[in-house]
Design a protein around this ligand. Structure first.
Ligand code: CP
Ligand code: NVA
Length: 308
């Protein structure tokens, strides 16, 4: 499998085989790290990391992951770059490409990430936009495989906002052969074009994507129950109104009891206890959220080692 030089903008650009390859590479790098086997696959390489939104996991796991692969990472807050003073992304891309071996960016507009990739000579990684969060999904698929032995044939339920997270989960889930059920309130459903694309991919893999407004229907018989914040970065002003609209979509014990007995609970984090998930559930025996957070680093190392 040769992915060298590829951008990592959305999971649309990766085949089922390529996604499974990244999942297995992440698991392998995790095993090697735990066994003390060094993996200097990117020695002498540099990754620039542009952040226009906050981050705990993505920033730290990419930075440490790059170090563990023998390379280095530079944290580039957009406030301190010339971007926020108006330097075009096209120029930023061409300049940074002369110094770096790869560029990670977390920003609002997905178009900006596409423009960065278009003008950059080095691979660009999407570290989250308003529309997609693909690196998280590689970590999520690793986590599911660790806990369930496979991704294929499972029922994956997502309850909550039809946001960047669910867009990437739907695409990744369909491509690895999971049945994906989504419950979101009216007006907050995932983007129709992304749903149509995910449904096509699901059909190719003999699975389905179902969208409902009933959270109990979505979680019925589920192996995985997933949620995310009701107010993503940039939507802070809507937090209270969303809290009212989304109240029936909270992952609480009653909803979790409608899933399979051995269902695992996932959340990309940061979590808002008492909103999209209760403290009881996130701290409960079925929650794997901290394994999932840890796996960000193993997933990111796989992505970096594969494309840089
Ligand atoms: N899940 C995730 O991307 O976390 P951060 O926002 O902390 O990077
Ligand atoms: N949907 C969330 C994910 C955070 C990792 C957001 O965009 O803020």
């Amino acid at each position: 499998m040769n992915l060298k030089g590829r951008d990592f903008l959305t999971l649309k650009d990766f085949s089922s085989e390529e996604i499974n390859y990244l999942v297995d590479l992440g698991l392998d790098l995790k095993t090697k790290l735990k066994s003390g086997i060094p993996t200097p696959l990117l020695s002498g390489k540099s990754l620039g990391m542009i952040f226009q939104k906050s981050s705990t996991r993505t920033r730290v796991s990419f930075e440490v992951g790059m170090y563990q692969l023998g390379g280095q990472a530079l944290f580039l807050s957009s406030h301190d770059l010339q971007i926020d003073r108006g330097e075009p992304i096209e120029d930023t891309a061409r300049v940074l490409s002369r110094f770096l071996d790869g560029i990670l960016i977390r920003t609002y507009s997905h178009k900006m990430v596409e423009d960065l990739a278009k003008y950059s000579d080095v691979p660009v990684i999407n570290g989250l936009t308003d529309d997609f969060h693909p690196t998280q999904v590689i970590a999520d698929l690793i986590t599911i495989k660790e806990h369930k032995g496979t991704n294929k044939g499972l029922k994956f339920a997502y309850v909550g906002d039809g946001n960047n997270m669910v867009h990437s989960l739907m695409i990744g889930g369909a491509k690895v052969g999971m049945n994906v059920a989504i419950a979101s309130p009216e007006g907050y459903l995932p983007n129709a074009e992304v749903v149509a694309y995910a449904k096509e991919q699901a059909a190719l893999n003999g699975v389905s994507i179902t969208i409902t407004q009933d959270p109990f229907e979505a979680v019925a018989d589920a192996d995985v129950v997933y949620t995310d914040t009701w107010a993503s970065m940039g939507q802070e002003a809507e937090k209270e109104i969303r809290a009212k609209i989304f109240a029936p979509y909270q992952i609480n014990q009653k909803l979790l009891d409608a899933a399979k007995k051995d269902a695992i609970v996932m959340h990309c984090l940061p979590a808002y206890r008492g909103y999209e998930i209760t403290n009881e559930v996130i701290e409960g025996a079925q929650s794997v959220v901290f394994d999932e957070a840890e796996n960000r680093m193993h997933a990111h190392k796989a992505i970096l080692a594969a494309i840089l």
